[in-house]
Design a protein around this ligand. Structure first.
Ligand SMILES: Cc1ncc(COP(=O)(O)O)c(C=O)c1O
Length: 424
């Protein structure tokens, strides 16, 4: 029994933990921000470092007993530098959002200006949504994607930068399927005297593997999540040039966090180590190849993809024309019922609402980790098409659920030793 120690003291939580493991094994995780971390990453995250306080940074702590904490954090930093080629790395942000908060705190004062992509066009809450601290503390203006092409409208970005005079321009997105032109954004930022923050939360793994161009060395600051495409411990990361190192470190601690979550940093170190193996590049390439295969097949089935396709790990489907009676929430629920777990999503030019949007977003990091290839992704696309075409037809749902069960059995998440089967 996997969670026998938890079960002895807390059967209710043990049931939920086992249930979650089974859910992940028996469904297809296609939420683009999710992945499956290795057993080694999970164990490191569940380690005794949970208990340790180590405010400060390696070699400069406010507490005693930090010998092993220092080793783990130094390894995470060293491996991150090797992966992304950054001069300075801070691995303490508790999440991607905290990483962005750290950068804002380092370079902005309350009332300063952020220029970022509209949330309904693929941006993130922490880029200045009114419900988020970033929208509450700072003045925010948005640029958009071109409504015709679905690509970031860099001319719009430039025009708004000139009129709004932001202190920081944020690039990097949550639901954007194309490569980002970091150099173009940096040139605009330089032209208006703003900083450029490239948030690679979703694509950290693709960038580390060289499958997506890197903003490191181009953008002033780069932030990311560490548990998405990079598949390491859960949390965030900030990268920058040496000239900003002190400002960033001070902004993270004591600026906006207390003690670092060293167990998560241990998970980051282990996952970064795994990503330095040659197999990780094969995995990342396959993630993109799988997203392309998924997108092409959905297009063959009559679905409309924002930007017409993908260069990354995700596809964004606009259901308005092809399935006007099946908005994102209905599609999400019908697909969850058959074991395809993805999320409803706004699309550029959204005509509904964030709670009841017009699209769905599907990602391939998780299903690629379980060994799926292009042919398997085409089968997944066939299932998605069948279910969304007939969201309320019980016979279709039953057959689709059977097909997902078969796919999960053919590409098991864990092998007999409990290790990820990832065959890339
Ligand atoms: C572009 C972007 N930035 C930041 C985040 C926030 O990451 P976290 O959920 O770790 O706070 C996300 C999450 O998906 C994201 O897509």
């Amino acid at each position: 029994m996997r969670y026998h120690q938890v079960r002895q003291v807390d059967p209710a939580v043990a049931d939920a933990l086992e249930g979650e493991r089974d859910r992940q094994e028996n469904t297809l995780a296609m939420i683009a921000s999710e992945n499956h971390a290795s057993e080694a990453v999970l164990r490191a995250q569940g380690s005794e470092l949970t208990n340790k306080y180590a405010e400060g940074y390696p070699g400069h702590r406010y507490y005693a007993g930090c010998e092993y904490a220092d080793t783990v954090e130094a390894l995470a930093i060293e491996r991150a530098k090797e992966l992304w080629g950054a001069e300075h790395v801070n691995v303490q942000p508790h999440s991607g959002t905290q990483a962005n908060m750290g950068v804002y705190l380092a370079i902005l004062d309350p009332g300063d200006r952020i220029l970022s992509l509209d949330l309904t066009h693929g941006g993130h809450l922490s880029h200045g949504h009114p419900a988020n601290f970033a929208g509450q503390l700072f003045e925010v203006e948005h640029y958009g994607v071109d409504p015709e092409t679905g690509y970031v409208d860099y001319d719009d970005l430039e025009a708004r930068a000139e009129s709004f005079e932001p202190d920081v321009i944020v690039s990097g997105y949550s639901a954007y399927p194309r490569e980002v032109d970091w150099a173009r954004v940096q040139a605009v930022a330089d032209g208006v005297g703003a900083y450029h923050l490239a948030d690679i939360a979703h694509i950290t793994g693709l960038v580390a593997a060289g499958v997506h161009e890197s903003p490191v060395g181009t953008a002033d600051f780069v932030t990311g999540s560490t548990h998405k495409t990079i598949r390491a411990g859960r949390g965030g990361i900030i990268m920058c040039g040496e000239e900003h190192a002190d400002a960033i470190d001070t902004a993270v601690f004591p600026g906006c966090q207390g003690g670092p979550l060293l167990h998560n940093i241990a998970g980051k170190a282990v996952g970064f180590g795994e990503a330095l193996e040659p197999s990780f590049e094969r995995y990342a390439r396959q993630v993109v190849a799988n997203a392309e295969a998924l997108g092409d097949r959905l297009t063959d089935h009559g679905f409309s993809l924002v930007s017409g396709g993908t260069d990354t790990h995700l596809v964004l489907v606009d259901l308005r024309d092809s399935h006007p009676e099946t908005p994102g929430a209905v599609a999400e629920a019908a697909l969850e019922e058959v074991g395809v777990v993805l999320n409803k999503n706004t699309v550029p030019g959204e005509t509904r609402s964030a709670f009841d949007p017009s699209g769905i977003r599907a990602g391939t990091p998780g299903i690629t980790t379980r060994g799926m290839d292009e042919a398997a992704c085409e089968r997944v696309a066939d299932v998605i098409a069948r279910v969304v075409d007939a969201a309320h037809d019980e016979r279709v749902t039953r057959e689709a659920a059977g097909e997902v069960e078969e796919l999960c059995a053919a590409y098991p998440l864990y092998d007999g030793d409990g290790e990820l089967t990832n065959r890339w």
